[in-house]
Design a protein around this ligand. Structure first.
Ligand code: DP6
Length: 362
C-alpha cells in the first residue's frame, strides 16, 4: 500500500446500556468460557442513563491495539479482552467504503490494529454493572466495524459473554434471559429477548446510588468463592432458580407486578444470603442498603400488596422497580424523607425512565 493510502481511518461509535438482573447470575461452571450455573433474567436500562459509549477505529497507520477507558489508557492484555477481539476478528468480512476508496479484506482484520475509546456515564465498578455495558458495547461496535453477521441468533451475545457474563444480556433491550445452555463449548449459552422495551412501558426503574466507591470483592472473585464454599448456592442453582425463572417469565408476560415484585426481592435476598454463606463471607450491602429494604418492606406490608420491588447487585446500591410513574414519585418522596440529601453525603438518587434498546449512534 502506498504512503497516501495509509492515511485512512475507519470508525464506528455505538452505545449500550447496562442491565439489572431480577433473577441473578451468580456462579460459573466453566470460568474460562464464562458459563453460568443457572439461567438469569434482566431488564436493560434506558441508554440515556447508565450506558457505555464506545468508538472503535481501524487504520493501517496504527501499530498496536490500544484502548482508553474514560480517557485513560488501559491494557488490552487481559484474557477477556483478548477473547472478544479474537472471536470478532475471526468473523470479520470484507468492508468496502467506496466514497473514501477504502477496501479491507476479511483476512486483513487479523493484521490491522484497532484503537478503542470507551466512556461510561456512571461510576465504574461500583456494583452498577459497568462491565456489562462496556463489553456489550465493545462487541457490538467491533461487529459493526468488521461487518460481522451472526451465523445463529445470539452469536454476538456468546462473544460478549466471554468479556463479562452479564454483558451478554445488554445486547438486547427490554427483558432478556441468559440461557445457561448445555454445550461444553458454550455455543448455546446465549441471551434471548423475552419482551421488547414496549411490553411493560409503565414500569419505572429507580437507582439509588448509596456509594460510588469501588467494591472490595469483585463479582468474578466473589462468585468463584461461593461456588467453592456455599452449599446454599448449590441448592439455589439446582432447586430454586429453575422454578423461579418460569414464575418470573409468567409474571413478566402478564405484567403481574405483585408476583414480579415478590420474586425479584426474594431472588436478591437469596443472592445476598449466598454471599453470607460463602467462606469467608462477602458483605455487599451496607446499613443504608438494609434501611432501604426495611423502608420498602414496611410500605409493601402496610398496603397489603407490593408497591415496589428492590434488588441489589454486588454492591450497596439499590435498584427499585415501580409499576408506574405515580408510585415511583411516592417512592422517591419516601426515600428523600428517610434519606434527606442534605444530611447524608452517601445517598443520591435519580429516576430512570423506560427501558430501551441498544442504540447505534455512529
Ligand atoms: C450480581 O457479569 O460482573 O450483577 O461474568 O465474572 O464478569 P463475570 O461477572 P459479572 O457478574 C454479575 C453478577 C450480578 C448478577 C447479575 O447481573 O446477574
Amino acid at each position: 500500500m502506498g504512503e497516501e493510502l495509509q492515511r485512512w481511518i475507519l470508525m464506528v461509535t455505538a452505545r449500550a446500556p447496562t442491565n439489572i438482573a431480577v433473577i441473578k447470575y451468580w456462579g460459573k461452571r466453566d470460568e474460562k468460557l464464562i458459563l453460568p450455573i443457572n439461567d438469569s433474567i434482566s431488564f436493560t436500562l434506558d441508554p440515556d442513563h447508565l450506558s457505555a459509549t464506545t468508538t472503535v477505529a481501524v487504520s493501517p497507520s496504527f501499530t498496536s491495539d490500544r484502548m482508553w477507558l474514560n480517557g485513560k489508557e488501559v491494557s488490552l492484555g487481559g484474557e477477556r479482552y483478548q477473547n472478544c477481539l479474537r472471536e470478532i476478528r475471526s468473523r470479520g468480512n470484507d468492508v468496502v467504503d467506496e466514497k473514501n476508496g477504502i477496501v479491507i479484506r476479511k483476512e486483513d482484520w487479523q493484521r490491522l490494529h484497532l484503537h478503542i475509546a470507551s466512556y461510561n456515564n456512571f461510576p465504574t465498578a461500583a456494583g452498577l454493572a459497568s462491565s456489562a455495558a462496556g463489553f456489550a458495547c465493545l462487541v457490538y461496535s467491533l461487529a459493526k466495524l468488521m461487518d460481522v453477521k451472526e451465523k445463529y441468533q445470539g452469536e454476538l451475545t456468546a462473544i460478549a459473554r466471554r468479556g463479562s457474563g452479564s454483558a451478554c444480556r445488554s445486547l438486547y433491550g427490554g427483558v432478556v434471559k441468559w440461557q445457561m445452555g448445555k454445550e461444553t463449548d458454550g455455543s448455546d449459552s446465549i441471551a434471548v429477548q423475552l419482551a421488547t422495551e414496549k411490553h411493560w412501558e409503565e414500569l419505572v426503574i429507580l437507582v439509588a446510588v448509596v456509594s460510588s466507591r469501588q467494591k472490595e470483592t469483585s463479582s468474578t472473585t466473589g462468585m468463584s468463592q461461593s461456588v467453592e464454599t456455599s452449599e446454599l448456592l448449590r441448592h439455589r442453582s439446582q432447586e430454586v432458580v429453575p422454578k423461579r425463572v418460569l414464575q418470573m417469565e409468567e409474571a413478566i408476560a402478564n405484567r403481574d407486578f405483585g408476583s414480579f415484585a415478590k420474586i425479584t426481592c426474594a431472588d436478591s435476598n437469596q443472592f445476598h444470603a449466598v454471599c453470607l454463606d460463602t467462606s469467608p463471607p462477602i458483605f455487599y450491602m451496607n446499613d443504608t442498603s438494609h434501611r432501604i429494604i426495611n423502608c420498602v418492606e414496611r410500605w409493601n406490608r402496610s398496603e397489603g400488596t407490593p408497591q415496589v420491588a428492590y434488588t441489589f447487585d454486588a454492591g450497596p446500591n439499590a435498584v427499585m422497580y415501580a409499576p408506574n410513574r405515580k408510585v415511583a414519585g411516592l417512592l422517591l418522596q419516601r426515600l428523600l424523607f428517610y434519606f434527606p440529601p442534605d444530611s447524608s453525603k452517601t445517598f443520591s438518587s435519580y429516576v430512570i425512565g423506560d427501558t430501551s434498546i441498544l442504540e447505534e449512534i455512529g
